[in-house]
Write a protein that binds this ligand. Structure first.
Ligand code: TRP
Length: 447
């Protein structure tokens, strides 16, 4: 057991927490994943569905995670035990397992972004980005960059909540925001940008009615908001008791959606203005790493500058998200084994990196891990949390309001958690299960 006499670490300020939580939410999900899924699923219809799920499912589950974490003041396994007894520890363990799975491939993609940012400022973008991506995305090179990216992540988490995670988020998040705005403005000046906007913003109801699109949008809402595996829960465990959780929920969620939306305003005009749409409209994992570099390469010197800035923003976003994934593992092992933070970060991060070798050496494993993690673990985890807080936890409204006034909105929240969220998630899970199962059997060569 952890030494209970040592005071628990805490965020240094309200804004420090908000920035760290937004840093968790804003990452590759908002840029890499959001762009390629939007392209793959037909543009604005997908974006609208994703917004609907952010509000209908994301907000209630985020408030649920914040409530559990702040109240229990511990990592996910101990937190579920705190409110539900020993028989609920398994759900916390599933969260930690999900953290392992997600960070294992997230670190690989983080490594790619690091390489592209570095190359932009040294050798420039390759003439044939498709061939270049094929070389760097699988094999020793990919693994080496994954190790580098994970070493950075481990270093920050070792620094602790205030001096490590919060300090990085305070610099990284404003920087990311301004870089993105700069690129959005630049992209708007390009000839042909309007075709990109048209593709991104034209609503096609028929495409949005497709159930696979619905599943993808729900999974994306959970992935992008960092929900369904205790990351937000863990960050909330370092909050003071008097924080206003409903307010934090709204600020974090809309900041995350806003950044994803802005990412679309940056990516689509760039790609269409430079005639690279064929590279992205198929929507694959590599789309962002092929189509955009092609666009940047064809822009000459300014392309290196804009492209370099773009990939720096991506690195920053990926790092602050990876930090939150590792923190789940670290806080759980500090709770369970009483380890020091540094030791937990090193051992946990090392194990994740090792597991991620499978993705670093095979991009199909990476894609399969992403499908399984999102459609199964995160959606399933969201279901578990909503049932837990809606049905098992005693008086969640009092816990969420932290002794303050019981606002009527919290009554609506509880109804959503009891009925709307679980039913929606069961439907989504059922719809995605055959595909996820095929992915699993395919992964193990059984398909
Ligand atoms: N939300 C991050 C992104 O969009 C990824 C992430 C960080 C995450 N922590 C998480 C996803 C926890 C799921 C669960 O890139």
């Amino acid at each position: 057991m952890a030494d209970s006499s040592a005071p628990r670490e805490q965020w240094q300020s309200h804004w420090g927490f908000i920035l760290a939580a937004v840093g968790s939410a804003v990452g590759l999900g908002n840029m890499w994943r959001f762009s390629y899924l939007t392209a793959e699923n037909g543009g604005a219809g997908f974006v609208v569905l994703y917004l609907i799920f952010t509000v209908l499912l994301g907000l209630p589950v985020m408030l649920a995670e914040l409530t559990i974490g702040r109240g229990a003041r511990s990592g996910p396994i101990a937190a579920l035990e705190h409110y539900g007894g020993r028989s609920w520890r398994w759900l916390g363990a599933v969260f930690v397992a999900a953290g392992f799975l997600i960070l294992s491939y997230y670190g690989v993609i983080g490594g790619w972004t690091l390489r592209y940012a570095f190359e932009a400022f040294t050798i420039g973008f390759a003439d044939d980005p498709g061939a270049h991506f094929a070389v760097i995305s699988e094999g020793h090179g990919s693994f080496a960059m994954q190790v580098t990216f994970m070493a950075l992540t481990i270093a920050v988490v070792s620094g602790g909540i205030g001096a490590g995670i919060e300090r990085v988020a305070r610099i990284a998040m404003p920087a990311l925001f301004f870089i993105m705005l700069g690129i959005v403005v630049y992209a708007a000046t390009l000839d042909g940008a309007s075709e990109g906007y048209a593709y991104y913003l034209n609503f096609d109801l028929a495409k949005a009615m497709n159930l696979d699109v619905v599943v993808a949008a729900a999974g994306q809402a959970f992935f992008s908001l960092s929900l369904g595996m205790g990351a937000i829960l863990t960050f909330a465990s370092y909050l003071p008791k008097d924080s206003d959780l409903a307010n934090e929920t709204i600020v974090i969620s809309f900041a995350d959606f806003g950044v994803a939306f802005i990412a679309g305003l940056m990516v689509f005009p760039l790609i269409f203005a430079l005639g690279m749409q064929a590279e992205i409209t198929g929507g694959t994992i590599g789309a962002l790493f092929v189509a955009l570099p092609k666009a940047f390469a064809s822009m000459g010197a300014i392309g290196r500058l804009v492209g370099g800035a773009f990939f720096v923003a991506l690195v920053v976003g990926a790092l602050t998200s990876a930090i939150s994934l590792l923190e789940v593992i670290v806080s759980a092992s500090m709770d369970a084994f009483g380890w020091e933070r540094r030791k937990s970060a090193l051992l946990g991060g090392g194990a994740v990196t090792f597991m991620g070798m499978a993705s670093a050496y095979d991009i199909d494993v990476l894609g399969a891990a992403d499908t399984i993690a999102t459609n199964l673990f995160l959606v399933g985890g969201g279901l578990g949390i909503s049932i837990f807080v809606g049905w098992v936890m005693k008086d969640p409204i009092a816990e969420a309001s932290g002794g303050g006034a019981r606002s009527p909105a919290l009554g609506v929240w509880r109804v959503l958690l009891r009925f709307v969220v679980p039913l929606a998630l069961i439907g989504i899970l059922a719809q995605s299960l055959p595909g996820t199962w095929a992915t699993i059997t395919g992964l193990f060569g059984l398909g």
